[in-house]
Design a protein around this ligand. Sequence first.
Ligand code: ACM
Length: 677
Amino acid sequence: LLAGCLVPAFAMNQPSPVMPAPAALKPAAGRLAVSPAFTVALRGHADARLRDGLARALRRAEERTGITFGRDARGAYAMAAEPAGASLVIECSGPGPEIPDPSQDESYTLEVTPAQAGLRAPTVIGALRGLETLLQLLQADAAGWFVPAVSVQDQPRFPWRGLMIDVCRHWQPMEVIKRNLDGMALVKLNVLHLHLTEDQGFRIESKKYPRLHELGSDGHYFTQDEMREIIAYAAQRGIRVVPEFDIPGHATSWVTAFPELGSAPGPYVIERKWGVFDPVLDPTNEQVYTLLDGFLGEMAALFPDPYLHIGGDENNGKHWSANARIQAFIREKNLKDNAGLHAYFNNRVHAILAKYGKKLIGWDEILHPDLPVGSVVHSWRGPEGIADATQRGFATVLSNGYYIDLMQPAEQHYLNDPIPPGTKLTPAQQKLVLGGEATMWAEWVSPETIDSRIWPRTAAIAERLWSPQDVRDVPDMYRRLERVSQRLEEAGLRQKSYLDPALRRLAGDQATADDLRALRQFADLVEPVKGYKRGGQQRGATQFMPLTGLVDCARADSAPSRQLAADLKLFLSAPPDASAAQRVAAQLSDWHATAVHLLERLPALSPQLAEAKPLLEALAAAAEAGANLVTLRRKGQEPTAADTAAARAAFARLGEAHAAVEFPAAHTLASLVGPQP
Ligand code: ACM
């Protein structure tokens, strides 16, 4: 009895950990204990997708809690005979589409009382979404594992919530795709967009035109059997797979196999560098449409999704302009210019897709007065893309602002809303906004590092696309992001766990435990340079360059740098916060010690780490100058003009990128001295 009194009578005294935040979540009194006696009952519609999804959820709960739930004689989770006695009752009205589609109902309700959790959904897909919420609510305290009593009513804001993975610039094999599908399911994303053809690689098997993958891929491509496995794995999780075949530009790998289909004489070889390249299919050549009919027909049969993405981006038109025959074709057909020729090409491709029952989606550049009605414009180039497309009556998917390869903080993506508060879009235009996609372009990612570029920031984008518009509290997002990042790791992603082995390799065999601790701290302080700056920092990089340097161990959204920014703000406010001052001083002194330690040890460590030297020198000097200013300020003393000038110079030096990494703290520290007078 006494022990029972120690169990808190309420549980949702903690803020909700759930991400994406449900449409409505009301805490209630009490908690549902999770113990070895936890049982589930299924009512209404039940099928293999639901049972398999439930088994995966229960296994994740077991792994997290260390509890073994009951099994039947065949080793399957034992189901409660009677709903009345079950810990969790799942009641589905129907299966939902076997092949997920944009109209699928993903809604659910979840009622948790101290006696039972009830999950109700119109479709199995909604129930799977609800199971993810239930797993995120699972937590522990001194009294044990439990789910807090709560009432959730939930559905997505947008039907198209995607992650695009470029498997071309750097090949990303099956296990990368599968674990990222698990991550997508965890944060309720529902579209995997696979960018399958590029200048640098042709990554899907064609049985009709095997030269495409044989000559265009270095042997790294998905077989059609593997792709069917990916599609089935995704469908099990209520996730669509939208394939992209980027045409007519970004086509070097196509013309490597079939040079006669290019707009310049060739020959061509697979591109190994990054950028926008000239090779482009020749829209005046009927053989191009013969090949596309065959290939796209084959792909339309392989990929069950109603949409097929044709790329269409960054066609620089150089080879079209240089080809007199192509220019004559433009004049003969009254196509006006290269843009008109591109629109002609898109119309031909649209007719092929229509024949095979597919809808066309393509990047911004397909928008043209001649774009066929019903096409979808995938907006990437600027914030005006959505307005431009919807004004002309086209549905649209937003990726501008969701370019996770550009290494921006989660906050920026999070506040980027397809339909922001105060939008100028008319209600009719708003209806055409299907949702958005995070884009993982793969110039600078390997299978080892890719999770750390996708996660956890993509969870913030997932929330933007699922949760109500007014869910935009940035500190609360970061609080939940760290939690969900841990859940993602438990589900098999490696955005945290790739790092220590990578740092050990970077440090070399002579590294001690102290060296590795210091290096880890240093890596957590730097971030990869933003935007497209990495190419400028690492000139001459190719597809063959190993992605195992310092920048590959750096991640966006440096947590200690954000902590310093928060503490420094408190310290510099009036009245200054004494404990924040203490933390700033401690942090700067710690950073200084780390930099000094690593500088001393560099000669004994791997030669690859030598690129860190200027960064460590800048960190040592800036941390020392910052600590000096903080000390003076805490004593109420003014720094001398010389101290201020030296500090300003040290912070400016810290702000210089090197080896493709930068210190976000440089900007923060500059607030200690103010702007250059
Ligand atoms: C793109 O980023 N070129 C669509």
